[in-house]
Design a binder for this molecule. Structure first.
Ligand code: HEM
Length: 101
């Protein structure tokens, strides 16, 4: 599934389109929420180790390098959190959002 999206982006760059539009990409994402959750969680865990690792060793990392790599890990982490919540939205809704009967 992910390879289909990557192929689509590659072909789009080459000016070739296989007729796969944003609507179709969105549909693939919605249909594979459970499959996507695992790689997103793995990426989020690795990124969190890098994020907190850079913060823990900030004194050992030159300031100008820290100023680049730490925010990169930070923004990737924020994106992963948003995507993680989106993929778990049904669970979030059923546990936290009170609906009127
Ligand atoms: C585990 C979570 C995090 C920890 C423990 C942490 C810790 C720190 C610390 C200690 C500094 C100051 C370093 C210094 O001045 O020597 C810092 C700077 C910074 N952090 Fe984080 N941070 C975390 C998450 C994030 C996230 C999620 C973002 C972005 C969305 C972020 C963006 C930044 C930026 C932009 C700076 C300023 C970097 C600079 O010096 O130019 N951090 N962080």
């Amino acid at each position: 599934m992910i390879s289909r999206v990557v192929d689509y982006i590659k072909n789009k760059k080459r000016g070739r389109s296989f007729g796969m539009d944003m609507h179709r990409i969105k549909r693939i994402i919605f249909m594979n929420k459970q499959k996507l959750l695992k790689p997103v969680n793995v990426m989020m865990a690795i990124d969190f180790v890098c994020l907190s690792g850079t913060a823990m060793f900030d004194d050992a990392i030159p300031k100008d390098i820290y100023g680049i790599i730490h925010p990169i890990f930070g923004y990737i982490f924020v994106l992963c959190v948003v995507f993680h919540v989106f993929l778990n939205w049904v669970w979030v809704k059923s546990n936290f959002i009170i609906t009127k009967k």
